[in-house]
Write a protein that binds this ligand. Structure first.
Ligand code: GLC
Length: 464
């Protein structure tokens, strides 16, 4: 959903002719993906979807740039350059950079990034971050370049990337535990993922939302939401979830997005599995980039990066044989299963035995081995809802990360199978935001950029 449900829809959505699906031919699919990315291009950045998401999002743009790099390297670099232009002076990369059109004043006002002195002057941004996929995008773009071009590219973006990773340790790992903490479900990118929603329901729902929920009045929210004007409500957040997420965001704003004030009031703080798994891989990329530039990373940063690889094991649960996110304050594992459990494969820091156990979850048709994997919640979970956002559907970006992880641990056939079913869903249904994991039907927003970008990338990946 949009970060401001009351804001107007984008006024002049770009026109393009939707391709006829199914597109079973890979050349036609690649052409359609490129056409969609071009049509969602707003000059300096690509919108995730023309109607629903009119701003720039952090991990969206990273995935989008990976796709664009296949046909226009300069444009892919510009996507990243614009992302980095929103960096705060403390190093944070915000999860959103707002469209400056007067039509979106409401969205900008909802966040008011200017309340924090570290926010940039020339753009309005959100006050939280999103999974650190930036390093991956930088390296993927670099892989299309000559050695000299790559060096120049790395040199240009290295300072921003380094500052971002240092900020993540400085502000988000205050006790030097090796794991970074996240302060809002939007920071995980998996907005209404069950482990976070379970916490929210149990501990953090403000009284007024509980009252609304009990009196069923919360359904009035439907009338002021932007997302459910276009997309069936049963595919989106529940109204209670929307209210709770906005309430949590407002509390962060009241603390001026100042991490010390936020921690003092112990608002929502979770060491998220998705975020930390991606961070481990991103740290590896940062090391690789530094090496290519013959630069030495600060010794303290290197030590902390190593610590993070080891600390992931703290998220392992010996009883259910899965990884989970953890409460930052109490260190309690949040044992509500989700697809995040598979992402340590992408992180690449777990043992072969652990990887084999994760692959067995992916093979199990009661868990993640549905006809069109990987469901965002195991099929047998009480939370599973095949059509609802991050509570069941399969997402192309998560599949892309899992495919990378499977290759990493030598499961090339599994990776190839997942690549094929992912492309089949997209070819049959179109560039939708997410897909029903049981029958592959398309859900959420049409014309979704990262679906197109990563499908394009997957089309270029032949069996390794
Ligand atoms: C939704 C997704 C989030 C994404 C955003 C823009 O909020 O949950 O991951 O970044 O849309 O596409």
């Amino acid at each position: 959903m949009s970060e401001n449900p009351g804001a107007p829809l984008e006024e002049t959505p770009a026109k393009h002719t939707a391709p006829q699906h199914p597109l079973t031919d890979s050349v036609a699919l690649a052409d359609a993906a490129e056409a969609l990315l071009r049509s969602n291009d707003r000059g300096q950045y690509t919108v995730p979807a023309p109607d629903l998401y009119p701003h720039q999002w952090l991990w969206d743009s990273a995935f989008i740039a990976i796709g664009i790099a296949h046909y226009d390297l300069e444009r892919a670099q510009n996507e990243i350059r614009h992302l980095v232009s929103g960096q705060w002076s403390n190093g944070m990369l915000p999860h959103m950079i707002f469209n400056s059109s007067p039509a979106f004043r409401g969205d900008r006002n909802a966040w008011r990034s200017w309340v924090n002195p570290a926010s940039p002057d020339h753009v309005v941004t959100s006050g939280i971050t999103q999974p650190p996929v930036l390093a991956e995008a930088i390296v993927q773009i670099g892989s299309h370049m000559s050695a000299a071009e790559r060096r120049a590219w790395y040199k240009e973006v290295f300072p921003a990337l380094l500052a971002y990773h240092e900020w993540l340790y400085e502000e988000r790992d205050p006790h030097h535990e090796g794991l970074t903490l996240q302060i809002h479900p939007w920071e995980t990118g998996l907005d209404n993922t069950p482990p976070w929603m379970a916490e929210l329901r149990e501990h953090l729902l403000p009284w007024w939302i509980r009252v609304l929920q009990n009196t069923k009045l919360s359904s009035f929210v439907r009338y002021i939401r932007r997302d459910t004007r276009r997309i069936p409500p049963e595919q989106r957040f529940t109204s209670t979830e929307v209210l709770a997420l906005f309430d949590a965001q407002k509390r962060l704003r009241r603390k001026n997005y100042d991490i010390h004030r936020i921690l003092n009031h112990s608002l929502f703080t979770i060491e998220d599995l998705t975020f930390n798994s991606i961070f481990i891989r991103a740290n590896e990329h940062l090391e690789h980039i530094a090496k290519a530039l013959r630069k030495q990373l600060p010794a303290e940063l290197q030590a902390r990066m190593l610590h993070t690889r080891e600390a992931l094991e703290l998220l392992w649960d010996d009883q259910s044989l899965q990884y989970y996110s953890r409460d930052f304050i109490t260190h309690r594992l949040l044992r509500t299963p989700s697809v995040a459990t598979l992402l340590p494969l992408y992180g690449g820091a777990v043992s072969k035995e652990r990887a084999a156990q994760l692959v067995s979850l992916l093979e199990n048709d009661q868990l993640f081995g549905s006809a069109y994997p990987a469901p965002s919640v195991p099929v047998s979970s009480e939370w599973f809802d095949a059509d609802r956002y991050w509570q069941g559907p399969s997402w192309v970006n998560i599949n892309w990360l899992i495919i990378e992880g499977l290759h990493r641990y030598g499961y090339h056939d599994h990776a190839e199978a997942l690549r094929e079913t992912t492309l089949e869903m997209v070819g049959q249904g179109g560039f939708y935001e997410y897909f029903n994991p049981l029958d592959g039907s398309p859900l959420g927003s049409p014309d979704f950029s990262w679906t197109a970008a990563l499908a394009l990338d997957l089309l270029h990946r032949k069996k390794k």
